[in-house]
Design a protein around this ligand. Structure first.
Ligand code: GLU
Length: 303
C-alpha cells in the first residue's frame, strides 16, 4: 500500500477587495487545519474573473495575511497566469463529448427554463445538449451533468447530496465573454497543485457536487471537503465587498484572530489573547479541533 499523501490545503481568495472578517475565518481554518495535520498550506489568488478583480487587491490581501503571521508554502499562484491549463482541460472535455457548445442568450434561457437551480437562478433546460440549432453560433461551453445523486461526506456539515441534473443543470465552463468559469479553474488548480483538503465557506457547498463531477470527468481524485459557517452582517448578508464589509487590520495583533477562532467554535483562553503572533500560532495549531466548528450556515459578525 502507498503511504498516505501529506495533507495539502489551500486558501483561494478572489481579489475583489480587501480581506474582510469572513475571508479571514476561511484563511484561519484552512491554515490551522493544514498545520495541525502536519501539512502544507498554499495560497491561490483567484483573479480569473477580470471584471470583478480590483486593481491592487491581491497585493493588499497578501500583505494582510503576512501581517497576521500566516506562512504559506511554495509560490503564490495566480489564476490569471494559468489560462493554458484551463484551456487544456476544456479541450479534453470537448474531445470526450462531455462539454458542448451553447448558443442560448439569457433571454432564451429565461423563455425556456421551467425550474430554478440551487443557486437561485434559472436552471438551464439543456436546449443545446443535442447540438446547436442550424445557423446558431456557440456563445458558451457547458458540461453535461448526469441524472444521479452525488453523495459526499463533508468534514463539518456531515452527509451532503445533490442531483446535478435536477438541481443545477448543465453548467458553464467557458462563458460567453470568453472567461473560464470558476468551477473549471478551481478544479484544474486544486488537481494541478495536489490539493487534497479543501476548507472554505459553506456558500460553496452547493458547488461541490459540480466540482466532484468535473474531477471525475477529468480522471482526477477528489479532495476532502470542509465547509465553514459564513459571517453575515445584521441584515443577514454575507460579508463581502458588495455588502461593504470592512477590511481587517493586522496591526490589531491577535485580537481578530481570536475572534475568528471563537467564530469557529474554538475555545480561546484569556492568556492566548495576550500572546505575540508566533506564540499564538503555535498554541492555535495545537488547540485546533475541526470537530468543534459549528454546522450553522451563517453566524452574525457584530462588526
Ligand atoms: N475564490 C473563492 C472565494 O473567494 C473561493 C474558492 C474556493 O475556496 O473554492 O469565494
Amino acid at each position: 500500500m502507498n503511504p498516505p499523501l501529506p495533507h495539502r490545503g489551500r486558501f483561494a481568495p478572489s481579489p475583489t477587495g480587501p480581506l474582510h472578517f469572513g475571508s479571514l475565518v476561511a484563511a484561519v481554518a484552512s491554515y490551522l487545519d493544514a498545520r495541525a495535520n502536519g501539512g502544507e498550506w498554499w495560497l491561490r489568488i483567484e483573479d480569473i474573473d477580470v471584471p470583478r478583480t480590483a486593481p491592487g487587491a491581491a497585493d493588499g490581501i497578501l500583505r494582510t495575511l503576512e501581517g497576521f503571521g500566516f506562512e504559506w508554502d511554495g509560490e503564490v499562484v495566480f489564476q490569471s497566469r494559468r489560462l493554458d491549463l484551463y484551456h487544456a482541460a476544456l479541450v479534453r472535455l470537448q474531445l470526450a463529448g462531455l462539454a458542448y457548445p451553447c448558443s442560448c442568450s439569457r433571454r432564451e434561457i429565461a423563455a425556456s427554463a421551467t425550474r430554478r437551480s440551487v443557486d437561485g437562478g434559472l436552471l438551464y433546460p439543456g436546449s443545446c445538449r443535442a447540438g446547436l440549432r442550424d445557423g446558431a453560433a456557440a456563445r458558451a461551453w457547458r458540461l453535461r451533468v448526469p441524472d444521479r445523486e452525488f453523495v459526499f461526506r463533508d468534514r463539518v456539515q456531515g452527509a451532503a447530496r445533490q442531483n446535478l441534473e435536477r438541481e443545477v443543470g448543465d453548467f458553464v465552463l467557458l462563458r460567453a465573454d470568453g472567461q473560464y468559469a470558476y468551477q473549471l479553474a478551481v478544479v484544474v488548480d486544486d488537481a494541478a497543485q495536489g490539493i487534497n483538503s479543501v476548507v472554505r465557506g459553506v456558500d460553496l457547498l452547493d458547488s461541490t457536487a459540480r466540482q466532484i463531477w468535473l474531477l471525475q470527468c477529468l480522471g482526477w481524485p477528489a479532495p476532502s471537503y470542509a465547509h465553514l459557517p459564513v459571517a453575515v452582517n445584521r441584515a443577514g448578508e454575507k460579508l463581502s465587498k458588495q455588502t461593504r464589509a470592512p477590511a481587517v487590520d493586522p496591526s490589531r495583533g491577535v485580537g481578530l484572530l481570536v475572534r475568528a477562532l471563537r467564530f469557529l467554535g474554538q475555545p480561546v483562553p484569556g492568556e492566548a489573547e495576550r500572546m505575540a503572533l508566533p506564540d499564538f500560532w503555535r498554541w492555535a495549531v495545537g488547540a485546533w479541533r475541526i470537530s468543534r466548528v459549528p454546522t450553522a450556515r451563517a453566524i452574525l459578525f457584530r462588526g
